[in-house]
Design a protein around this ligand. Sequence first.
Ligand code: NDP
Ligand code: GDR
Length: 361
Amino acid sequence: MAAQDSKRRVALITGVTGQDGAYLAEYLLGLGYTVHGIKRRSSSFNTARVDHLYQDPHVGNVPFLMHYGDMTDSTNLIRLMQQIRPTEVYNLAAQSHVAVSFESPEYTANAGAIGVLRLLEAIRILGMEKETRFYQASTSELYGLVQEVPQKETTPFYPRSPYGVAKLYGYWITVNYREAYNMFACNGILFNHESPIRGETFVTRKITRGVARIEVGLEKTIYLGNLEAKRDWGHARDYVEGMHMILQADSPDDFVLSTGETRSVREFIELAFAEVGRSVEWRGKGVDDVGIDKATGKTVVRIDPTYFRPTEVDLLIGDASKARAKLGWKPKTSFAKLVKEMVAGDLAEARQDAANGKRSV
Ligand code: NDP
Ligand code: GDR
């Protein structure tokens, strides 16, 4: 495997406007990289998570640049790759919502599966196999239906959603290009990771945002689906460091990143409410399951069956001992600290909304 040019440190991040893209861009800039990000054209601003990193390029050389692009547009990806000639590509762009992938399966596959191929082909077409390292955002959703616990690099895959199946293609095409063309192409098989800038429709953020809005009087109830699902939840800040470490290894390989602990959605809810001094009591069963605030007797959690998925992933718990042994990676943020940080972030936002007279839509 050819060594990278040690002087040039130029990263291209697809999905830079997402949760992980924002944390990774900030981390790489801190290490002295020039960072290029791909953003999609949208009718309203979609760069809130990275606006604090932006500097006006008119004032001179700036280390953070954004380009319009899309994972479904090969010509755009080839042209950007040619212009930027990145030493490291982090492919984080995808339709990343599992429930939405059942509504939009074809698009999910186009962006999340064929999109990976488009990027790998761009590297190959431009003859950049030796100069560019490639990171693919693979996922614990590949494990899907439980085959083994805890799940590790050798655990068989059994995806349970169009999202998971798209990511399965992304995983294997990355392995194939590594083997076929001797590319430094790696998969990070990342278990769930969250933060105060997590998308508002993922369950953790939906809960912490709901708790905060109930606390300041903007909302009364959080509507959720399956409370029994168990996830291995870590902090995104720790996981982007792992992505970088994966691309600095001596040889390309695939790694699980996880905390090794699992909690149910129900436990997440209880801890999030405890952060604002409320304790939740559960009554009823199945779709009549409700969470009652013990102090006030008010219903703060209800089940909405529309949030149940046609096929569910019941239990994820990862074994990241390979990453620990070979990369020296381990998560730094405890589950309790993660929930605390997320509730604090949402409380600040909810108080601001309350002060501005904003209510739920
Ligand atoms: P987000 O949903 O927060 O971000 C996804 C990013 O992809 C956004 O920047 C989004 O742009 C962009 N995007 C979506 N479709 C396209 C497209 N067609 N072309 C270009 N950009 C596109 O996800 P996360 O940051 O949480 O996750 C990053 C990656 O890691 C994803 O691939 C996800 O599947 C994967 N992953 C995430 C895990 C997690 O727990 N967070 C765990 C394991 C894997 P826009 O802002 O315009 O919507
Ligand atoms: P996940 O995350 O599917 O694990 O994918 P999500 O937070 O969407 O769901 C976690 C679990 O919570 C249950 N759930 C709900 N989920 C949502 N979104 N909304 C609800 O109201 C709700 N109620 C219960 C779900 O059924 C599920 O079991 C995330 C994404 O970031 C993927 O991109 C990534 O690959 C995986 O994590 C690892």
